[in-house]
Ligand binder design. Structure first.
Ligand code: NAI
Length: 300
């Protein structure tokens, strides 16, 4: 198995001052990439800023003979982060959208500010950096992007309405970028990680936080960002030394005759079939999903 290396690649990792982002940045640099270590350096709930978070990681990389530069802008200023890559290294090849915050509250206690801030950092931020990088990736016909989702987005989680919305939204964004980028060798994928970090330290016992090393997540990120990676639009759960891929599953469903009016009682009568996952389908595209529905128009 040849080693996956990133020589001559320029990699932006957002939120790389701590936790998962730091782990990704160190690993890319150790394998030859020139890395933009972005981090605003705020608290886990998005207050304040502190340049030392990114600076420390850059110092670590340089101390081990790697190449990196710090950037302290918010991901909502994506243009400045991409400019930093271009000014220092002349290009951008890989973007790992990782920066994140939490504003956990039960929905009835959630404020507009909690909602907007989580949306801004995760969704608007990932959009902003990706959108700024996109023309360069298209022009050079090469790009690898990662979006960082969460189990909270896939399954829902009490107290995380804002975060769940943002995290699954990123998978939606990545799926479409994978489609739009395919012709130009731009590959976008999403991970839903679990790792001990200052973010999870508030909700997990210390011995679990200690065991769930970000280093169990990073190798998947590097694999998905390597030039050999061709599949995009995937969603991977990863952590604790385990990783797997998710996909959509749709029941075989039930097609009603289109020649007669359809009533709610008809729906009730077929509810078991509508919700039965025996021999379920796994539509791999919007078109595949639509075609089987449209086919029912022949059901007279
Ligand atoms: P962390 O809090 O250790 O690191 C996040 C970093 O993002 C921090 O250094 C923070 O300063 C930075 N950041 C926050 N807002 C920023 C902004 N506007 N611009 C630039 N940087 C900003 O958290 P962790 O655990 O490493 O999380 C990394 C990503 O993984 C996040 O997107 C998080 O939502 C996601 N995630 C983490 C999980 C875990 O188990 N640790 C679970 C699921 C998702």
């Amino acid at each position: 198995m040849p080693a996956l290396n990133f020589d001559d690649r320029v990699v932006i990792v957002t939120g790389a001052g701590n936790g998962l982002g730091r782990s990704h940045a160190l690993a890319f640099a150790a394998r030859g990439a020139r890395v933009v270590v972005n981090d605003l350096g705020g608290s886990a709930t998005g207050e304040g800023r502190d340049a030392s978070a990114a600076d420390r990681v850059v110092a670590e990389i340089i101390a081990t003979g790697g190449e990196a530069v710090a950037n302290h802008d918010s991901v909502t200023d994506g243009g400045r982060i991409v400019e930093c890559a271009l000014d220092n290294f002349g290009r951008v090849d890989v973007l790992v959208n990782n920066a994140g915050i939490l504003r956990d509250k039960a929905f009835h206690n959630m404020t507009d500010e909690d909602w907007d801030l989580v949306y801004n950092v995760h969704v608007r931020g990932a959009y902003s950096v990706s959108h700024a990088a996109w023309p360069y990736l298209r022009e050079q016909e090469y790009g690898r992007l990662i979006f960082t989702a969460s189990a909270a987005g896939i399954y829902g989680n009490f107290g995380q309405a804002n975060y769940s919305m943002a995290k699954l939204g990123l998978h939606g964004l990545a799926q479409t970028l994978a489609i739009e980028g395919a012709k130009r060798n731009i590959v976008a994928n999403t991970i839903a990680p679990i790792a001990g970090s200052r973010m999870t330290a508030t909700i997990m016992p210390p011995q679990i936080v200690e065991q769930l090393k970000p280093a169990f997540v990073t190798p998947l990120v590097l694999k998905l960002c390597h030039e050999s990676q061709r599949d995009g639009g995937g969603l991977y759960e990863v952590g604790a030394g385990w990783m797997g891929k998710l996909r959509w599953e749709r029941s075989k469903g039930h097609g009603f005759p289109v020649s007669a009016p359809l009533t709610p009682e008809d729906v009730v009568a077929q509810w078991e079939r509508i919700t039965d996952f025996t021999d379920a389908d796994h539509p791999a595209s919007g078109q595949a999903a639509l075609m089987s529905m449209i086919g029912n128009l022949q059901n007279r």
